[in-house]
Write a protein that binds this ligand. Structure first.
Ligand SMILES: *[C@@H]1O[C@H](CO)[C@@H](O)[C@H](O)[C@H]1NC(C)=O
Ligand SMILES: *[C@@H]1O[C@H](CO)[C@@H](O)[C@H](O)[C@H]1NC(C)=O
Ligand SMILES: *[C@@H]1O[C@H](CO)[C@@H](O)[C@H](O)[C@H]1NC(C)=O
Length: 293
């Protein structure tokens, strides 16, 4: 059937099914290059094409066979993945020539083969997913006939948001919120029954502090209404999603100011105010300020 026709007058006719995917490039056309552009290409466009060019009494023809190769990245296991889980990415295409090479790219950079990323023919295995593995994965298949075929997949990974080992600073007597939030709402992805278990490392033992079920929009933050020095230290939030548990260690550092003299201070005496911080990281900056008299 007719795909596209350009009349002598310049009038362009197109088959309804091809509108507006088929076109000719006007500048090349005027120079005698009558190439047909099809964009975007569909697998149904495969087949034999013929172009007829008529001028005066002459007709010239050229024939082109169009093969449409489909390619896709498939993910195993399918569905939303959770941080630390293993994963297989499969890259395959319908091209029939012999496959000679496969390359994988993540966010546009070539993936180095390492203990975490292993290549097996057309597949890539990732042993422990991390949130940073989210985003577009792109595979490039090279065939013995020098054809290259590409496919992309946008990977989404459920994991904990924010820095890997956060430190929360709080003044003694004030409230503190320890963060433990998923990077997306599991309910919105159809994952129900997510729970979080908070524990506090007291001495050498992990004491259960709180257990949350479901959470609100993936948030399992622990609110402490009034912290004291004894509350400082390491907390662990363990979030269970299906059979996978992901953890986050949060350090609570408590700041206290202690005067060297207890009770009322006589004018003229020597007073020392000591600012202390439990669990200093070493990069903290201290600033003294008098709030009001
Ligand atoms: C003809 O034009 C098309 C589109 O502009 C271009 O891709 C192609 O290389 C040209 N062919 C020749 C032989 O110049
Ligand atoms: C493409 O990958 C899927 C999923 O792993 C697999 O079932 C299928 O056999 C593959 N097809 C080809 C042509 O390799
Ligand atoms: C959590 O969600 C599950 C599944 O929707 C539900 O059965 C359960 O009652 C919920 N638990 C709480 C404490 O809301």
């Amino acid at each position: 059937h007719m795909v596209l026709e350009v009349e002598y007058s310049g009038l362009l006719k197109r088959a309804r099914s091809m509108i507006p995917r088929a076109s000719v490039k006007e500048a090349s056309f005027r120079q005698g290059n009558f190439s047909l552009w099809i964009e975007p290409l569909l697998s149904d466009d495969a087949g034999h094409y013929e172009a007829l060019v008529r001028y005066g009494k002459e007709t010239q023809r050229c024939q082109v066979k169009l093969d449409v190769v489909t390619a896709a990245v498939t993910v195993n296991p399918p569905g939303l993945l959770v941080e630390t889980e293993p994963l297989w990415l499969n890259c395959n295409s319908s091209h029939s020539a012999k496959l000679v090479g496969v390359q994988w790219f993540h966010n546009g950079s070539l993936v180095p083969i390492s203990s975490r990323f292993q290549a097996h023919h057309g597949a890539l295995s990732i042993s422990r997913l991390s949130v940073s593995d989210s985003g577009p994965w792109h595979c490039e298949l090279t065939y013995s006939d020098n054809e290259k075929v590409f496919a992309t997949f946008n990977l989404q990974i459920l994991g904990l948001a924010g820095p890997a080992s956060p430190v929360v600073y709080a003044a003694a007597g004030s409230a503190a919120d320890l963060p433990c939030t998923l990077n997306r709402d599991p309910k919105a992805s159809g994952i129900l029954g997510v729970s979080a278990h908070w524990s506090h490392l007291a001495g050498r033992d992990l004491e259960t502090w709180a257990i949350f079920r479901n959470g609100s929009k993936g948030s399992f933050n622990l609110h402490l209404s009034e912290v004291g020095q004894g509350d400082s230290g390491q907390y662990r939030c363990a979030v269970s999603i299906h059979a996978t548990t992901i953890t986050r260690d949060v350090t609570l550092a408590v700041i206290t100011v202690t005067p060297s003299i207890k009770g009322p201070v006589a004018e003229g005496s020597h007073l020392l105010l000591i600012c202390s911080l439990t669990h200093p990281r070493g990069h903290e900056r201290f600033q003294w300020r008098q709030l009001s008299s």
